[in-house]
Design a binder for this molecule. Sequence first.
Ligand code: ZN
Ligand code: ZN
Length: 298
Amino acid sequence: MGEGGAKEGQSRGGRTADAARAGRALVPPLVRDRAGSRGNAAVAALADIWRRLDAREQLSGAIDLLLPRACVSCERLLSRLDTGIVCGLCWSRLAYLPSPRCERCGHPISSGSCRWCELLPPFVRAVRSVCWMPVEPASSIVHALKYEGWAAVATEMAERMSRLAWPPDVVDERAALVPIPLASARKRQRGYNQSALIASGLGLRWRIPVWEDVVVRSRETSSQTRLTPEQRLDNVAGSFRAGDRQLERLRSAHVVIVDDVVTTAATLNACAKVLYESGARIISYVTFGRAHASGDRL
Ligand SMILES: [Zn+2]
Ligand SMILES: [Zn+2]
């Protein structure tokens, strides 16, 4: 233990004294109300235990009621070292995209040429993603955000996405983030747009605004999971349109579209096309997960 342990002991003692004072303010009236004149010994004993807890323990007890006690990805119990609702072990096991990667699209490459870039329209400057999908634990993390209502996961994903390395011109020029919009029925059902939550976390870290109203979803596309790349293009064609207002902001801007996962880039490309036709000059993409393409090194 040594000196650090002694200091910790002192500080805990100080907090205990503060907590005891706070406890005396809060608990005895409660105890008196509950116990009445009979002086219920069990309630008094509980109050005594509460007084002995330090402030941090009281606070964490209250927060435990609001947050899950288990990692939303692997379901192991969270420890006090875990700052979010996905555990440190899960974050350490992410299958990060390996190097070397294409400077433009960020896809791992083994030779000089990049096939993944062929998916992208010419006005797309750069694409970056954190990890492979669908690979655990990334799949469970995205599932928790999209289908289990754990909106707070978006902040933790945004933190990892904010550390991605970009070409210097993208960092200099990026004016705003544009989350892939959801159709209103899907948004009502989920309660939030997961891409917008990620974008707001990224915007705080990159210190740029989020423009949610420059593009809207004109219709929800059916699930793309089982479609070929050609079918995906047909599926998303016409699914986005320019927003009704704030479009002048787009003029000559370099904007970064945000989505949770990229597979064939069909959805991102369809959204980018609308932004480009509305005046954006350059567009980049950022996603948390990226699906393998045929021929990838694994
Ligand atoms: Zn976990
Ligand atoms: Zn490339």
